[in-house]
Structure formats: structure tokens, C-alpha cells
Design a binder for this molecule. Structure first.
Ligand SMILES: [Zn+2]
Length: 109
């Protein structure tokens, strides 16, 4: 069972308390962008066997969106953090590196 903690209200709950919003930290492309960049934004997603950065919403709680870093194999959660960030905070990266040395995810490590 995946257990997440909402970084806003502090509630710790099973994944059924939350709603998954897919991959975190997508770089958005709009009008004027190339077809290749827009295609990348619309269709290409990470699907790792390991560390993944995801968007979640506390659907049965405060209703706010946040990001979570977790392992897709073990369901270990390395931390949750504000959705108002463009990259994972250093303490989350350090937590991942401590448990998964050498990990990378897109341009983050
Ligand atoms: Zn909450």
C-alpha cells in the first residue's frame, strides 16, 4: 500500500485518500513552439522502474496539489513537497540519493 503525507495539511493516508495527477515537472510548450517540443510535452512520459516524481492531489482532504518522490517498485516514498516548485528540493534529492545511489530522473539527480 502506498502511504503519502500531504505537505500542506500534514495528513498521512493511503493512496485512496489522494488522486494521482501523473508525472511531475513537465516542461510546457505553447504557441510558437516546435512540433517536436509540443509532441514531447503532450505524449512523452517517464515510466521508470525505480524513482519517479509525480503529481498528487489530496482529494479527500485539503484538495491541494503536491509532488511526491517515490519508488515504483517498492512504493517507498522519499518525500512530498510543494507543487509550486520547478524541480525537487535538495532535501528530497538527498533522501533519494541516500537510498538509491546514482539515481537520475530526467535532468535531476
Ligand atoms: Zn492536504
Amino acid at each position: 500500500m502506498l502511504i503519502l503525507t500531504c505537505p500542506y495539511c500534514g495528513v498521512k493516508g493511503e493512496e485512496t485518500e489522494f488522486h494521482s495527477g501523473g508525472e511531475a515537472h513537465l516542461k510546457r510548450f505553447g504557441p510558437g513552439s516546435s512540433d517536436a517540443d509540443f509532441e514531447q510535452y503532450l505524449f512523452m512520459r517517464e515510466n521508470p522502474k525505480g524513482v519517479h516524481l509525480e503529481r498528487w492531489r489530496h482529494a479527500n482532504g485539503c484538495g491541494k496539489w503536491f509532488h511526491a518522490a517515490r519508488c515504483t517498485v517498492t512504493l517507498e516514498v522519499f518525500g512530498t513537497y510543494s507543487a509550486q516548485t520547478t524541480e525537487p528540493p535538495q532535501h528530497i534529492r538527498d533522501a533519494i540519493s541516500a537510498r538509491r545511489p546514482g539515481w537520475t530522473w530526467r535532468e535531476f539527480s
